[in-house]
Ligand binder design. Structure first.
Ligand SMILES: Nc1ncnc2c1ncn2[C@@H]1O[C@H](COP(=O)(O)OP(=O)(O)OP(=O)(O)O)[C@@H](O)[C@H]1O
Ligand SMILES: [Mg+2]
Length: 223
């Protein structure tokens, strides 16, 4: 499903260049739920970005369902990413001023799915996360936990085969975190591959998780 081979990523740090990821290799199968742990600044968000084709690796390769996303030109890469990857941003990246439904429907627009068809898919995604009751409300008025679940619904709505989730429980109370983990477990059972970056013990220790990896000094190792 997802294969990263010897991925390195350099970033500019003022005048200098710094290697955030060094020689990271990772294979994730369909139906597998993998958690990446690591201290703040260890490169978790950067790794998710590279795995999903949002960022290009400085060297190495990322293949998604056999397709070398890291080698595709920007436009084609965006297309593959849109079809295959659901991404939950650490800062959620909801569009203020728009309703929950409008936010969740965004990934469907490029495929021309609008109106009642879009609404039905959005409501189904929202319902899986227990926030369908807020569909008509502006995202601005939601609680942190509601916003988080709406952002996750937007990641799900296009039925991606790979979910990349950056700190998905950051704004959730204990009960909501537990039900989110159950939902994530069921996505894995349905055959989606999940890679979740988290330093939340509730996620790391969750029984639904199949594999735990640690990112330290830019390298990935079993936890
Ligand atoms: N575009 C960029 N330009 C400069 N530095 C960057 C860039 N992207 C990431 N970095 C640096 O790379 C390091 C890893 O960042 P990253 O956001 O991936 O860490 P993280 O593990 O997700 O941290 P956190 O747990 O706080 O979210 C940080 O030191 C960050 O400053
Ligand atoms: Mg991060």
């Amino acid at each position: 499903m997802l294969v990263a081979s010897d991925v390195s990523k350099w970033v500019k740090d003022g005048q200098r260049r710094r290697e955030v990821l060094r020689g990271v290799s990772l294979e994730v199968s369909a139906g597998e739920f993998v958690v990446i742990v690591g201290p703040s600044g260890s490169g978790k968000t950067t790794l998710l970005g590279v795995l999903g084709g949002m960022l290009l690796p400085s060297s190495g390769e990322v293949r998604l369902e056999g397709e070398a996303v890291s080698r595709l030109r920007d436009e084609h890469r965006a297309e593959v990413r849109r079809r295959k990857v659901g991404y939950l941003f650490q800062d959620l990246a909801l569009i203020p001023g728009m309703t929950v439904l409008e936010n969740v429907a965004l990934p469907l627009l490029p495929d021309g799915v609008t109106g009642a068809a879009a609404e039905a898919r959005c409501l189904a995604a929202l319902a899986r996360l227990g926030v369908e009751g807020r569909a008509g409300d502006r995202v601005d008025g939601l609680s942190g936990g509601e916003r988080q679940r709406v952002a996750l619904a937007r990641a799900l709505v296009g039925s991606p085969s790979l979910l990349l989730l950056d700190e998905p429980t950051a704004h959730l109370d204990a009960e909501r975190a537990a039900s989110l983990l159950e939902a994530l477990g069921s996505f894995a059972q349905e055959g989606k591959a999940l890679v979740v970056a988290s330093h939340d013990p509730r996620v790391i220790e969750a029984p639904q998780v199949h594999r735990r990896l640690r990112l330290a000094d830019g390298a990935l190792q079993p936890r």
